[in-house]
Design a protein around this ligand. Structure first.
Ligand SMILES: [Zn+2]
Length: 297
C-alpha cells in the first residue's frame, strides 16, 4: 500500500473506532456480592475455606451471567463486572460470560464500586444483602460484620446498597437493578426508590435460612429483570444525598472507636461510635473506608 493509502486507512480505522465508543457505547457496571446469590444461606458458603464455597462461587457466576444475558439483549455494549465480596476473588474468571470484563481482587480505590465512572449509563447490584440488624435477612451486615453495627449518613442508617448507590449518584449514574433476598429487595426500594427493578432469588426465613426459588426460575427472573431495567434506565434518577454530609460509624465495641480518633476532624459521639462531616460524597466515602480499616486493625 502507498503511504497516502496507509494514512487514509489509519484515519478511517480511527474514526470507526471512535464512533463505536463515542456514539453507540452503552457501558454498565455490575457490582456482585455473595450473600444474596441464589443458593447461599450460610457464612461457610461465602468463606474460601468453608464447605460449599466452591459451589457458591459457581452460583455467583451463574447469577451474573443471567444478568449479562439480559443486558446484552437490551443493548448494553460494554459490561464490567466487579467482584465485591471478601477477598474479591470469588468469581472464577473462566466461568464469566466472555462478553463482560471482570475486575478481581482487592484492595481497590472504590472497593465494591471499582469500575465506576461517569461513562457508565447504569449500575446493577447482584447478590446484595440487607443492612446489619435486619430480621429474617440472609447474612445481614454492613460492610464488615465483625467491626460495624451501623453506618448512618445524614442521620439515616444505610445498607451497603445505599452507600454504594450514593457513590454511583455522585458520578451521576443511576442504580437500575438489585438482586438478593426479599428483605434486601424491600430495603433497596425504600432507599433507592420504587423505579428500581428488584429480583428476589430467595425469601429469607432467618439469618441463615431461606426458601429458594427453583434454580432455572431464579436465573430466568435475573435475565428478564436486567433486560427490563436496562430498557427503562433513563427513567431512574441517580441517588444523591444532600450536602454537606454527616457520617456516623457505630462499632461493636469501644476499642474499635479508638484508632479512628487519630484522624483530624473525627469526633467521638459515644463509647463505640465516631462521626465526621464531608462536603461531598466521594471524599466522605474514602474517609469512612479509612476509618473502618483502622477500626478493624
Ligand atoms: Zn459480601
Amino acid at each position: 500500500m502507498k503511504r497516502s493509502a496507509v494514512l487514509l486507512a489509519a484515519v478511517v480505522a480511527l474514526t470507526v473506532c471512535l464512533g463505536a465508543q463515542g456514539q453507540t457505547g452503552h457501558k454498565v457496571l455490575i457490582s456482585v456480592d455473595m450473600e444474596g446469590i441464589w443458593g447461599v444461606v450460610q457464612g461457610e458458603q461465602t468463606s474460601p475455606d468453608g464447605r460449599d464455597y466452591g459451589l457458591a462461587r459457581k452460583w455467583m457466576a451463574e447469577d451474573v451471567n443471567a444478568v449479562i444475558a439480559g443486558l446484552l439483549e437490551a443493548g448494553a455494549t460494554e459490561i464490567v463486572v466487579n467482584d465485591s465480596h471478601g477477598s474479591m476473588r470469588n468469581i472464577v474468571a473462566s466461568d464469566l460470560d466472555p462478553a463482560a470484563t471482570l475486575i478481581s481482587g482487592t484492595p481497590k480505590a472504590f472497593s465494591m464500586m471499582e469500575g465506576l465512572d461517569a461513562a457508565c449509563e447504569a449500575v446493577l447490584f447482584v447478590g446484595y444483602h440487607a443492612r446489619a440488624g435486619t430480621e429474617a435477612a440472609v447474612l445481614d451486615h454492613t460492610i464488615s460484620g465483625g467491626t460495624l453495627r451501623a453506618v448512618k449518613i445524614n442521620g439515616r442508617e444505610m445498607p451497603e446498597l445505599g452507600i454504594n448507590g450514593a457513590l454511583a449518584g455522585a458520578f451521576g449514574v443511576p442504580v437500575i437493578m438489585l438482586s438478593g433476598d426479599d428483605k434486601t429487595c424491600a430495603q433497596a426500594k425504600a432507599v433507592l426508590g420504587e423505579a428500581l427493578v428488584t429480583v428476589a432469588v430467595k425469601d429469607g426465613l432467618g439469618r441463615t435460612s431461606a426458601r429458594l426459588l427453583p434454580k432455572d426460575e431464579a436465573r430466568r427472573r435475573l435475565k428478564e429483570g436486567a433486560k427490563e431495567a436496562f430498557l427503562k434506565r433513563k427513567q431512574v434518577a441517580p441517588f444523591k444525598l444532600s450536602v454537606p454530609l454527616s457520617f456516623e460509624l457505630e462499632f461493636h465495641n469501644s476499642g474499635q472507636a479508638e484508632l479512628p480518633l487519630f484522624i483530624p476532624g473525627v469526633k467521638r459521639t459515644g463509647a463505640r461510635s465516631v462521626a465526621f462531616s464531608a462536603d461531598e460524597f466521594i471524599e466522605g466515602y474514602k474517609l469512612m473506608r479509612a476509618l473502618i480499616a483502622l477500626a478493624s486493625s
